[in-house]
Structures are given as structure tokens and as C-alpha cells.
Design a protein around this ligand. Sequence first.
Ligand code: PBG
Length: 322
Amino acid sequence: MTFPTQRPRRLRRSAALREMVRETSLAPSDFIYPLFVVEGRDVRRPVSSMPGVFNLSVEHAVAEAKLAHSLGVRSVILFGIPDAKDARGSGAYAREGIVQRALGEIKSAVPELQLIADVCLCEYTDHGHCGIIEGGHVANDASLPLLAQMAVTCAQAGADIIAPSDMMDGRVAAIRRALDEVKLSDTPILAYSAKYASGFYGPFREAAQSAPQFGDRRGYQMDPGNAREALKETALDLEEGADMVMVKPALSYLDIIHRVKERFDVPVAAYNVSGEYAMVKAAAQNGWIDGDRVMLEVLTSIKRAGADLILTYHALEASKLL
Ligand code: PBG
């Protein structure tokens, strides 16, 4: 049966009708809000390539977390930026490290908020790579105990969920074993399973001061041309004990989100990364697009592709509009 019997426009005639038949809707509980925590007091330093995003000292991070919670956001992910970096990224797994302190303070101020610790060495190493360097290369196996130690110290400090983003092979298993050994077997792992070597991370590296000082991350992050490999990475992370998986970035990888969602029966997160955010903000500031409208369209597309959770710098402004 086709036209004139079929008229799809019938269901688009009013806002109420459109809302009734909409297949995808957004809620603040879909969002995970990233926070960049720095040392010091009373620091609220704008990140120039990410309008609306700040480097925050701990007490400002606490205030931002409270605000997020009051808007209905259920979770934040923390990135720590230490004052001192070294070759082994020792600030990443120090008991009193910047991210551990921030986790503790936020947990006591807003206990219901789910705190995710991004586990990776790149913000903490002087060379800016996600693992330690041996013979000019990022050493996979030697980095695992350090990542595991970071996961344990973060969970003990107050993290509810551990999210490894380093892309070393075997890190989910190493982290799962280390958490279990200290009786943290109930702490879930959200694995950055399909994380691509992407130009869209540029503004993040300003925010987190984590640009690699030599080379790039193509030796450990995924090649943008690969899709089947994303399924392999995801399957391996689940075998190693991941509870939730992530695709990152989101917008240039909506097909990957869709395929991961179809194949695996676990919650799927997608990271609407810094470069994606910066493009929307820059175009909106120039008056070239309607920023709010494009933001909601972007977030809807990520959810429609299959993401159950969206890590996004838009979390607060989007929640205010919903
Ligand atoms: C690594 C990490 C990165 C991002 C999240 N975790 C950067 C990288 O791999 O270079 C990027 C997030 C974004 O661009 O918003 N710790």
C-alpha cells in the first residue's frame, strides 16, 4: 500500500504527535560529564579550545559535581592533571594523587553521584604516552601493573566505576584481578574497548596537558579504517571481565556503535569527544549553526546509533534543555 493511502506526514503534524511517535529520546541520566581536576585552590581556568569547559581545583570540581547531580546527571568521569609528571606516571597511582583526592572529596559531598575514574597514564607521564616507554616504544606488559595500581587506588579513594582508556592489551584482565585481590570485586569496569587514534582528541590534550611529546598513539589506539577489529577488541575486553564497553570517538564512528550494540548484550557507552564538542561550539559562536539545536541532534544521533550512555561535555547544557 502506498500513496495516497500511506501518508507518513500524518504523524508529523503537531509537536505532540511527533513526541508521541519519537523513537529516540534523551534524558540527563544518559549523560556522563567529564571533569578535569588540577592542583591548587580556587582554580577555574577556561580551556580555550573547549568553551564552557574548565580546569578545576578540587573544591570547584565538587561544586560542578553537585550542579551536575542537581540537573539529573547521574555520573561524572574524572581526569586528573598533576603538577609534576615523570617517566613512570607515578602521580597516577599515588594514594594522595590529584584524582584520588578529587574522588574522595566528591564522593563525600555527593555520595549518590556515580564516579568514574579514567585509568590511563598519559596525563601523568612526562612523555605524554599512555604507558611507560622501553626502548623507544610504549611497553605493553610493563605498563599493566601501573594501570592496575591506578585502578585500585582510585576505587579505594571513592571511584564507583573504573574506565581504562590506555588501550594496552590485557589491561582489563590485569585491572579485574587487582581489584578482586583487594576485595573490590563489586567495582565494575567500563572499558574503552574501541578507541581509535583520532584527530578529534586535540582539544582534550590541551585540557589534560597530555599531548605525546614524541610520535603519536597509532601504535596502540585503533586505526580509523577498521570496523571488524572493534568487535574483536570488544569481545576480548568482555572475556577479560569488562562490564560495559565504549566506542570513542562517537560521531565518525556511529557505525561502530551500532555494530557493537547489535553484537554484544552489555551496556554500550560512546564518547562525544573534545573535537566534536569544539566544532559545534566554534560554529555556533560564529553564528553558522544553531548551537543548541545541533547539540541535541548530535546527542540524539549517538543514542539512536545504539549508545546507552554518552560521555559528553554538553551534559549540563543539554540537561537544562530537556
Ligand atoms: C586518555 C584519554 C584521551 C581522551 C580520553 N581519555 C586522550 C587520548 O587518548 O589522547 C580523549 C577525550 C576527548 O577528546 O574528549 N587518557
